[in-house]
Design a protein around this ligand. Structure first.
Ligand code: TSB
Ligand code: ZN
Length: 583
């Protein structure tokens, strides 16, 4: 889907359309006050104060009509530069605009754009005439806190999108519709995968039996892979003393992302946002020789982060998450090989899941942000260049992004796009010279001297939460056989004659650990088949006279129209193999 913000012409057009929207709103609601109307990847929005009034879909229709009328009138759009005093005078009735003017740095050129009877404070640029904005669509309206702060008033945010021509607008709307259909929150509900509840709170999801089944399979899958690669798995507590995070540096550099400390008697505890400090202590618990390294400590570990309530999104961004985490303790001469192994593991896993649409991002520090990043140029440069070298040597395309590093070191992040266009990190591999220093980690080198290991933080599936969100959107809920919550649905044609044999099949498959459902409701076969397809169950078995007589099964694969027939024995063998291969 096109990113409107990335396209110069479309940005200008959408921003102009936001003004057209504001003009129409002003006509229909003369008391409306306007905050900001920026361009976003999906188009534009405008935040508007309508007092206590909440806009409805019907209102959007009305506003849209007024916009169409104004666009047809085709007023020219004029730019005018004014002084700060003139601006304060011009917008004196609009406290939001006054706020914006007061926040503009001294010396900044203040400009207004006027079309007909409407003037808005704006940096621009804009198209020449409102006529150019005629191919738009208002998409939705929602509440948004003024300045994004939940302590402030809720404004009405109207979203829209605009194109130069009708064809492109319609194409875009179709893609939006498709994306909505793929949204993991929608499919999650339809397939009973996970749920939230206001009594639990934002960003805290509950995995329902169907979702939990997929997750258990994912956990087994990645643990098996890691075991083959020499990882050792541990369990560590979700809580720790605040002191631990003072030693690690999280308290200084990551506190805003953590839930506040809990004070009890003489103790102060925090919910952990990351698992690294616990794993550092596990490493430190024993003496290590250079021959023991690399040591790879893995954990499927729960973390807690105070994500803004407006930023949480289904399973994609949560406040309690479970990382597929590991910390690799390596000698400096092993960095390259171990980072390469991690990158290769990522690629291997992506192949298994047929993930093709992703981009490697080398996430660097922002040198000017000394609050977030510790101050040691040499350490940063070394770590950043090591990661760059590995990517280059493996021939992997990547882009660089400043200010995206972790506080303790640079990262290799794998970025994916969600159905609704969020750019998020799935896998990550991070190089850290800092925490080994903070925890005074050592090993004994070849000369019997104490030496400092380096730590590689890595998460292949990222978190099970985000990976699940991604997987749901990639598969549209039609999971591959080995992951499917229900793998086989047995449908007897007639309960009176075929139920017994259907039960026999069920028992045989259950004995092989296959997840089976028997649909013995008194409904029509065609209805049950339709439901089976809607539930995206990989195998639907149709059991009638012929099957019963010959000890066979007739099956239809999800998304297919033809029915195949196999002896029960062969079917068992086939499905067991397919599941084992995790194809
Ligand atoms: C890899 N200490 C490292 C770890 O050793 C760490 O915590 N890295 S992280 O901050 O990048 O998080 C790891 C992964 O968790 C990310 O790559 C991302 O896929 C996932 N993740 C981060 N925040 C969230 C969230 N709020 N909801 C769901 N998943 C998240
Ligand atoms: Zn870590």
């Amino acid at each position: 889907m096109i990113d409107i913000k990335e396209d110069e012409r479309l940005s200008k057009l959408n921003h102009s359309c936001a003004h057209l929207l504001a003009q129409a709103v002003k006509h229909l609601y003369p008391n409306a006050k306007f905050w900001v109307g920026p361009v976003i990847s999906e188009g534009f929005y405008y935040d508007i104060d309508l007092g206590d009034y909440t806009l409805t879909e019907d209102d959007l229709e009305k506003i849209s009509k007024e916009m169409k009328k104004l666009a047809k009138d085709g007023k020219r759009i004029y730019r005018e530069e004014i002084s700060r005093d003139e601006a304060l005078e011009k917008f004196k009735d609009d406290p939001y605009k006054i706020d914006i003017i007061n926040e503009l740095p001294d010396g900044e050129v203040i400009s207004c754009y006027t079309q007909g009877d409407f003037t808005d404070l704006c940096r621009g640029p804009h198209v020449d005439s409102v006529k150019e904005c005629k191919n738009f669509k208002l998409l939705k309206v929602s509440g948004a806190y003024y300045k994004g702060d939940s302590k402030n008033k809720v404004l009405q945010r109207i979203y829209g999108v605009c194109f130069d021509d009708k064809e492109n607008l319609e194409k875009h709307l179709e893609l939006l519709e498709e994306a909505k259909e793929r949204d993991h929150r929608k499919i999650g509900k339809e397939l009973d995968l996970f749920m939230g509840h206001e009594l639990v709170g934002p960003g805290l999801q509950m995995w329902l039996p169907n979702g939990a089944t997929v997750r258990i399979e994912l956990e087994n899958y990645i643990r098996d892979k890691e075991l083959k690669l020499g990882y050792n798995h541990v369990y560590t507590p979700y809580l720790a003393s605040t002191e631990l995070y003072k030693v690690s540096g999280h308290w200084d550099h990551y506190k805003d992302d953590m839930f506040p400390a809990m004070k009890m008697d003489n103790e102060e505890l925090v919910l952990r946002p990351m698992n690294c400090p616990h794993h550092m202590l596990i490493y430190k618990h024993k003496l290590h020789s250079y021959r023991d390294l690399p040591i790879r400590i893995g954990e499927l570990a729960h973390d807690f982060r105070y994500e803004a309530s407006g930023a949480v999104c289904g399973l994609e961004r949560v406040r309690q998450m479970c990382q597929n985490d590991a910390h690799l303790f390596v000698r400096p001469d092993q960095i390259k090989e171990e980072v390469s192994n991690v990158v290769n593991l990522i690629l291997d896993v992506y192949k298994d899941f047929n993930i093709k649409d992703y981009a490697f991002r080398l996430s660097l520090r922002d040198k000017n942000n000394t609050e977030k990043y510790f101050d040691d140029d040499e350490m940063w440069e070394k770590a950043e260049s090591e990661l760059r070298k590995v990517l280059t040597e493996l021939g992997i395309d990547f882009y660089e992004a400043e200010g995206e590093a972790a506080f303790y070191g640079p990262k290799l992040d794998v970025q994916i796009k969600s159905a609704i266009g969020h750019d998020v990190t799935l896998s990550t591999c991070q190089l850290d010279f800092l925490l080994p220093e903070r925890f005074d980690l050592t090993y004994v080198d070849e000369n019997g001297q104490k030496a400092r290991p380096v730590v590689i933080h890595r998460a292949i599936l990222g978190t099970f939460d985000r990976f699940m969100a991604f997987l749901i959107e990639e598969t549209k809920g039609a999971f591959p056989l080995w992951l499917a919550p229900v793998q086989v649905n047995i449908i007897p044609v007639n309960n009176e004659y075929h139920l017994e044999y259907a039960k026999k099949i069920m028992k045989k498959l259950l004995d092989k650990n296959i997840r089976v459902k028997l649909d013995d409701r008194d409904e029509k076969l065609s209805y049950k088949m339709r439901e089976s397809q809607a539930s995206k169950i990989p195998y639907s078995l149709i059991i009638g006279d012929k099957e019963k007589e010959n000890e066979t099964v007739s099956y239809r694969l999800f998304g297919h129209k033809e029915t195949e027939n196999l002896s029960l024995k062969d079917f068992e063998k086939k499905i067991v193999n397919q599941i084992k291969e995790r194809k």
